[in-house]
Structure formats: structure tokens, C-alpha cells
Design a protein around this ligand. Structure first.
Ligand code: GLN
Length: 201
């Protein structure tokens, strides 16, 4: 019998809700490491970019010499899953970033930061996500971004009732505006681990 190796995945641990992602990925049977340095990135087959504050993660990534290694890993096809701030960091283009804010890029999308404004800081909604089947995903949005434009190669995995896109996939890159790791939802992480296994296998 062939046993599938446990996927080795990292969570970029510069800022944000690192622990929540580590917990979900560990619960799903992955071997999980926190990643702060290029040597640590080199040890993993997939990477999660957590929620948090994208401008801070961007600055720390540059300060820690992580920007170029992460960009290179994405270019080489490493599976990467970004939630909220992580989605912003995966976007090729952003609007409403702070002065000088950069992203790693890779996803052919334009993402608007803090797209729901200060009136609606946070909300929760049940979302239909056809690739995940039933039941709907209970999605927690916290100062969330929106995908306001997406290139032809980008799959729209979920949208709000009014059609605004909140989950996308393109090749080995997965991004959600919301935080499945906060609501006890594991299926996006399971999908991501499948992408990592496909890539390694
Ligand atoms: N508004 C944050 C940012 O711009 C994202 C919020 C989150 O990750 N929950 O990075």
C-alpha cells in the first residue's frame, strides 16, 4: 500500500492570525511550520499568507528579506493560499493601499483594500461555494478586501449575493476575502492541501 506523504506547508509568520491557520492545517493532518526566513520557506511545499494587516506584512517581508523568495516561490508554482490580508498580498494590483504598499503578486486580479468601508467593519454570511459543495461556507469578513477585477485565467469560486467576488483561484494560487480559519471552516484549507499534494505528488 502506498501511503501519501503528509504535505509540508508553511504559514508566513510575520504578522496576523498565524496560529489559527496552523491549527486548521494541523487538524487536517499537514506537517505545519511557521515561516519567517528564506531557509524556512525552502523547507515547505506550500504557503499560507494569513489575515492581518497587508501593509505591515509587506513591510516586514521586505525587512526580513522574504519578498523576493516568496515571489520566486510563486513564480515556480508553489501553492499559496491567502486569506484577507493574504489575498491582498497575492494580488497583482491593489487599490486603496497605503503609500508605497507592494504585494507579492501572482494572482491576475485587482483587489480593493477595506472595500466595505468603516460603516461595515465586520460581518458574517453563509456563502455558496460550488467547488466545496454543501453546506454553504460560514464566512467571516473583517475589514475585508474585494476582488474588483479578474483576468481571464482566474476562477471565481464564490461571490456575495450581489455578485461581488470574494474567493478566487488561479493555477496554484487560492485567495479568499474572508477568514475560514476563524469560523471553524476547514474545507478551503483542505482544498489548498489537495493543491499541495497534486503539486508534490
Ligand atoms: N484590512 C486589512 C489589510 O488591509 C485586512 C484585514 C484582514 O486581514 N482581516 O490588510
Amino acid at each position: 500500500m502506498v501511503t501519501r506523504p503528509r504535505p509540508r506547508v508553511g504559514v508566513l509568520a510575520l504578522q496576523g492570525d498565524v496560529r489559527e491557520h496552523v491549527r486548521v492545517l494541523s487538524d487536517l493532518g499537514a506537517e505545519v511550520a511557521t515561516v519567517r526566513r528564506p531557509e524556512e520557506l525552502a523547507q515547505v511545499d506550500g504557503l499560507v499568507l494569513p489575515g492581518g494587516e497587508s501593509s505591515v506584512i509587506d513591510k516586514l517581508a521586505r525587512a526580513f528579506g522574504m519578498r523576493d523568495p516568496v515571489r520566486a516561490a510563486i513564480a515556480e508554482g508553489m501553492p499559496v493560499y491567502g486569506t484577507c490580508a493574504g489575498l491582498i498580498l497575492l494580488a497583482d494590483r491593489i487599490t486603496d493601499g497605503i503609500e508605497g504598499q507592494q504585494t507579492f503578486g501572482g494572482l491576475d486580479v485587482t483587489v480593493r483594500r477595506n472595500a466595505f468601508g468603516s460603516q461595515v467593519d465586520s460581518f458574517e454570511v453563509d456563502l455558496d461555494v460550488p467547488v466545496l459543495g454543501r453546506p454553504p461556507v460560514h464566512a467571516v469578513f473583517i475589514r475585508a478586501p474585494l476582488v474588483v477585477q479578474a483576468g481571464e485565467g482566474v476562477e471565481r469560486l464564490a461571490a456575495l449575493a450581489d455578485g461581488r467576488v470574494v474567493a478566487v483561484r488561479q493555477g496554484a494560487l487560492l485567495g479568499t476575502s474572508f477568514h475560514p480559519e476563524v469560523g471553524g471552516e476547514q474545507r478551503f484549507h483542505a482544498l489548498f492541501l489537495d493543491m499541495v499534494r497534486d503539486r508534490v505528488g
